[in-house]
Design a protein around this ligand. Structure first.
Ligand code: AMP
Ligand code: GLY
Length: 424
């Protein structure tokens, strides 16, 4: 089978890396792809805004399965275009991807179907929003309704911060149309975990739970980023809690989407807040997480292409998906200054040496190939991932590998996985 992967970050490198190990896979294309996957996939520059052109490529190249990494093409309806032509694709339709594309939609869905989540209010105008904030007080969470590249959430610890966030989102439209409508949400205490699941719309198979680190500096300090590292399995998600998640969250959500005429197929990402025995949904994403994918997929013992094809064709119930016993840790190396202003096109050395550490993969997130070698080309540059028998062992290897890589200003946290190791 020939596969097309849409996207070009660390998540897509991990997808390509895993798919390349599958028995039935003859060739992988990636668009735009990245230099790190070049040995595994042919990178092609498709006009991703033009979904018909992407479908033409899939048809002409006899692609058996297209796998979509990022949310934007899903929300735009890439799966609908593919279905209309009878092409197989892993990822939800536009109507189903609204679970990520509109926070108002996902909150209303959870309310209607009794899926545990924080109390909330949807506000269409500034006056209502501000009045509600003054009534409830802080802490309170302000969220832009639409897609805002992961930046549309303000966890306000004071009333003023919340009011300012409303001005930014609804007044100056900092996130464009995404903030024209906002969701105000009760602040939840607890520990976060990401539980991703494969689904064909009926059967749901959870993956190993992961945790990511959003703040740029050690001890979870500094501004939020796209993710500075991740590890799996997350010890906070015990087998009992995971079973509860499937029963109270994942399965009811899939059933709710079908009941709403928005049958959901692909990877469903549940961002969860865990407080003792209590679990609530923070958000849903319509895709794999990044960097979570970089630690989850290395632990999958099954055949990813087979699983994805089963999702796309409604046959997931036929499969048994197995996971390895070990653990994985991903340390993100970012450009100095990220998530603020940073330099690009800095030469990277030590990539090959890093991969000599057994069980290590260096997933590329923001790199570019030029005549002289590989240079940085983004904020998050690399995801240095290692698998081991335990989180502690995987962590040691990931840091050993990261230590062999150099570029000017390279930054990475030294405490990835601290939550998993704190009691040891
Ligand atoms: P989201 O994009 O909805 O995942 O929000 C981004 C981050 O904001 C989450 O990962 C949480 O750390 C935080 N967050 C969102 N909603 C809440 C909430 N209701 N209570 C506490 N923290 C939240
Ligand atoms: N790691 C968070 C996300 O992928 O949304």
């Amino acid at each position: 089978m020939r596969i097309l992967v849409i996207g070009g970050g660390g998540r897509e490198h991990a997808l390509v890396w895993k798919l390349a190990r599958c028995q039935g896979v003859d060739k992988i294309f990636a668009s735009p792809g990245n230099p790190g996957m070049k040995l595994l996939a042919e990178c092609v520059d498709l006009p991703l805004q033009d979904l018909e052109a992407v479908a033409d490529f899939a048809q002409n190249q006899n692609i058996g399965l297209t796998v979509v990494g990022p949310e934007a093409p899903l929300v735009q309806g890439i799966a609908d275009v593919f279905h209309a032509r009878g092409l197989k694709i892993f990822g939800p339709t536009a109507a189903a991807a609204e679970i990520e594309g509109s926070k108002a939609f996902s909150k209303q869905l959870m309310e209607k179907y009794n899926i545990p989540t924080a109390f909330f209010k949807i506000c269409e105008d500034m006056e209502t929003a501000k009045a509600y904030i003054r009534e409830k007080g802080a802490p309170i969470v302000v969220k832009a309704d639409g897609l805002a590249a992961g930046k549309g959430v303000v966890v306000a610890m004071t009333e003023q911060e919340a009011l300012d966030a409303v001005d930014d989102m609804m007044g100056t439209l900092k996130f464009g149309g995404a903030g024209a409508r906002i969701v105000l949400e009760e602040f939840m205490e607890g520990e976060e975990a990401s539980l991703l699941a494969f689904t064909d719309g009926e059967t749901i198979i959870p993956m190993v739970a992961a945790q990511d680190h959003k703040r740029v500096f050690d001890n979870d300090e500094g501004p939020n980023t796209g993710g500075m590292g991740a590890y799996a399995p997350a010890p906070v998600m015990t087998e009992a809690l995971k079973a509860k998640c499937v029963e109270l969250i994942l399965q009811p959500t899939i059933a709710a989407m079908t009941a709403e005429g928005r049958k959901y197929q692909g990877c469903l990402y549940a961002g969860l807040m865990i407080n003792g025995e209590d679990i609530k949904v923070v958000e849903f994403n319509a895709r794999f997480g990044d960097p979570e994918t970089q630690v989850v997929l290395p632990l999958l013992s099954g055949d990813l292409a087979e699983i994805m094809l089963a999702c796309a064709t409604g046959r997931l119930h036929e499969l048994e998906v197995k996971w390895s016993e070990g653990a994985a840790v991903c340390v993100v190396m970012s450009a100095g200054g990220y998530p603020g202003i940073y330099e690009q096109h800095l030469p990277i050395s030590g990539l090959a040496e890093a991969e000599t550490v057994p069980g290590t993969m260096v997933f590329h997130a923001g790199t570019k190939e030029i005549a002289g070698g590989i240079v940085t080309a983004g904020g998050r540059v690399l995801g240095v991932t290692a698998v081991g028998e335990s989180i502690a062992q995987a962590k040691e290897k990931a840091y050993e590998a990261a230590g062999k890589i150099n570029f000017v200003g390279a930054h990475y946290r030294r405490d990835i996985a601290w939550r998993a190791l704190r009691d040891k």
